[in-house]
Design a protein around this ligand. Structure first.
Ligand SMILES: C[S@@+](CC[C@H](N)C(=O)[O-])C[C@H]1O[C@@H](n2cnc3c(N)ncnc32)[C@H](O)[C@@H]1O
Length: 257
């Protein structure tokens, strides 16, 4: 693919070429994700309970009961959840940075994958959205994310995974530069905060210089605007990646600048 966006290549061949893991190991990690079903199913059920019966309480694309059903079934939102598990298990990053936590589903999946790896820490940043119905982002688009007042950001993350987790509350444009400066090198950066042009561009530009060689930039909702494709074009000579089967953007840094 030589530094160009890979586009959609088909699931296992995309993971093989971009993550560098063969199909047998992909299957192994995905079976492991399914076997971790007790943890993930209990999260899904708790989410469903917290949000069910009141559409205004649904948030972050976490559609209560339907998420509970879908989490382990291999389609819809579950594909992106499986994908981030696969990514962390195969890339074995020592340092993961995530923007956008909400209830903490992705945080838990990342932390569980790090636990299985036997090492690594997750640093998350979240500005909780407390208004029912979400908020308008700086592009004027509604972000349907909502955390009821009685729930703390990351409330889903199990106690036993928390020692490997640091959560800061606030805007990513205020907190991310300081966090990255403190951490130095990052193995995986995951954007899932505000999906506006301005915020996405800011986070990609801030995180990229901190990625180690072979490190990953991974981003949700990259089809909302051109921030990811423009950024990917700009780093085309030092990156490989594209739109993943989970419909997220993925760039692997090939060399240090
Ligand atoms: C889509 S949700 C995160 C979902 C989570 N990654 C998951 O998959 O379980 C986005 C979160 O980012 C928060 N957020 C919005 N704007 C933000 C900003 N500028 N900086 C940090 N977090 C922000 C939202 O309030 C919400 O909690």
């Amino acid at each position: 693919m030589g530094g160009r966006l890979a586009g959609y290549l088909g699931r296992s061949s995309f993971y093989e070429s971009v993550l560098g893991i063969d199909r047998a190991r992909q299957r192994e990690h995905l079976r492991e994700f399914a076997r971790g079903s007790e943890l993930f199913r209990s999260l899904a059920n708790r989410l469903a309970q917290a949000y069910s019966g009141d559409p205004a309480r649904m948030g972050a694309g976490l559609k209560g009961a339907s998420l509970a059903e879908r989490l382990l079934t291999g389609w819809g939102p579950s594909l992106a959840n499986q994908e981030i598990y696969l990514l962390v298990r195969s890339a074995r990053p020592h340092v993961v940075v995530e923007t956008g936590v909400a209830s903490g589903l992705s945080s838990t999946i990342i932390l569980e994958a790090l636990r299985r790896n036997g090492s690594g820490r997750l640093y998350s940043i979240d500005l909780p959205s407390r208004s029912a119905g979400g908020y308008l982002n700086s592009d004027g688009r509604r972000e349907r994310v909502f955390l009821p007042k009685e729930l703390a950001p990351g409330w889903l993350v199990p106690e036993e995974l928390r020692p490997s987790w640091e959560l800061q509350l606030g805007r990513s444009d205020e907190l991310l530069p300081g966090l990255l400066a403190r951490l130095g090198e990052v193995g995986l950066f995951f954007h899932d905060s505000e999906h506006s042009m301005e915020t996405m561009r800011f986070e990609f530009e801030a995180a990229w210089p901190h990625l180690c060689a072979g490190g990953f930039l991974y981003a949700d909702d990259v089809t909302w605007n051109s921030a990811f494709s423009t950024f990917a074009t700009g780093v085309a000579l030092e990156a490989v990646g594209g739109l993943t089967p989970g419909r997220r953007g993925l760039l692997r840094r090939r060399v240090r600048a």
